[in-house]
Design a protein around this ligand. Structure first.
Ligand code: ATP
Ligand code: MG
Length: 278
C-alpha cells in the first residue's frame, strides 16, 4: 500500500494528455481548447490572472467539472468518458488540495488523514469511518513525513494554517495518488508556512515521483519550484516553458499589459525560495 522509492521504479510512467479541452459556463469559456502533454513526475505550476481558468482546469482534471469539449487521457484511458465507480477511482489517483484546506476541524489530525483512505472503502465502512491497522500505520507514516506526528491527536481546527495544509497533503498522500492537484495551496499562508508547504510538495514529487500540478498566484513561487510553468489567459494556454523562459514580456502577455503595474506588485509579493533540491 505504501509507496516506496523502490516500488516507484517499477511503477509504469504515464503521461497525462489534454486534447482540445474546453469548458463553457454560459457564454464564458473558462477553459478554451487546452492541449497539453504532462509527463509522469513533472512539477508544473499554472499561473494567470483571476478568472484565467486555472481552477477550472484542475477541476476538469479530477472530474469535479465535466468538459464541454475535448478529452483527457491517462495511461491510454479516456478520463472524460469515465462514469460512476471509474470516476471515483480516478479521483483517488489524482488527489486534490485546496487553498482552504478542507479539513474537519473538530476531528483529530490522524482521523483527517485517514479520511483520504475512504475513497478505497465501500459505502458502509465509509459511513462508520472504520480503518485497518495498516491504514493507521500509513497515516502516521504520512504525518511523520510532514513533521506532524506530534500533532496526530490534536483537533485539526487548532493547528496553524500551514500545519493544516500539511495535514491536507498527508491526507492526499494516503490516497496513494499518481497525480497531486493543488489549487492555490499557499494563498492564505504567511511566507514561512508557504515555504514549508511548497517544500513538502516538492519533496513528495522528487521522492515519490508523483506528478504535481499547482495553481499559483505568485510568480516568484512558480519560478522557485516549478520545472515547467503554464501561463493561462482567458481559458487558453499562452505560455508553456521553463522559469528561465518566463521573461517580463511573457509575463506581460499572461497577465495583460494594461495591468502590468498592478500585477507586478501583487503576484510577486511572497518572496519564498525552495529549500528542496530539484
Ligand atoms: N461554476 C461556475 N459557474 C459559472 N462560471 C464559472 C464557474 N466556475 C468558473 N466560472 C467562470 O470561469 C472563469 C474561470 O474561472 P476559474 O475559477 O477557473 O479562474 P481562476 O484562474 O481559477 O481564477 P482565480 O485566480 O480567481 O482563482 C471565470 O470567468 C469564472 O467566473
Ligand atoms: Mg482559482
Amino acid at each position: 500500500m505504501s509507496q516506496t522509492r523502490a516500488s516507484i521504479g517499477l511503477m509504469e510512467k504515464h503521461n497525462l494528455t489534454l486534447s482540445g479541452l474546453g469548458r463553457s459556463f454560459g457564454t464564458t469559456r473558462a477553459v478554451d481548447g487546452v492541449s497539453l502533454d504532462i509527463g509522469s513526475g513533472e512539477f508544473v505550476g499554472i499561473i494567470g490572472r483571476s478568472g484565467a481558468g486555472k481552477s477550472t482546469l484542475l477541476r476538469l482534471l479530477n472530474r469535479l467539472v465535466d468538459p464541454t469539449d475535448g478529452h483527457i487521457s491517462f495511461a491510454g484511458r479516456d478520463i472524460t468518458r469515465m462514469k460512476g465507480r471509474a470516476v471515483r477511482d480516478w479521483r483517488r489517483q489524482c488527489a486534490m488540495i485546496f487553498q482552504q484546506f478542507n479539513l474537519i476541524d473538530r476531528l483529530d489530525v490522524l482521523t483527517n488523514v485517514l479520511v483520504g483512505r475512504l475513497a478505497a472503502h465501500g459505502f458502509a465502512s465509509s459511513m462508520a469511518m472504520r480503518f485497518t491497522d495498516a491504514e493507521r500505520a500509513l497515516a502516521i507514516q504520512a504525518l511523520h513525513r510532514l513533521d506532524l506526528a506530534p500533532q496526530a491527536l490534536q483537533k485539526a481546527g487548532t493547528l496553524s494554517g500551514g500545519q493544516q495544509q500539511r495535514v491536507a497533503i498527508a491526507r492526499a498522500l494516503v490516497q496513494n495518488p499518481r497525480i497531486l492537484l493543488a489549487d492555490e495551496p499557499i494563498a492564505s499562508l504567511d511566507p514561512g508556512n508557504a515555504t514549508r508547504v511548497m517544500d513538502a510538495l516538492r519533496t513528495i514529487n522528487v521522492e515519490d515521483g508523483i506528478t504535481v500540478l499547482v495553481n499559483l498566484h505568485t510568480l516568484d513561487t512558480a519560478r522557485a519550484y516549478c520545472d515547467r510553468i503554464i501561463g493561462m489567459r482567458s481559458g487558453r494556454v499562452v505560455f508553456d516553458g521553463s522559469a528561465r523562459a518566463l521573461t517580463n514580456d511573457v509575463v506581460r502577455e499572461i497577465y495583460g499589459s494594461d495591468d502590468f503595474g498592478d500585477f507586478n506588485e501583487s503576484v510577486t509579493s511572497t518572496a519564498i525560495r525552495s529549500s528542496v533540491p530539484a
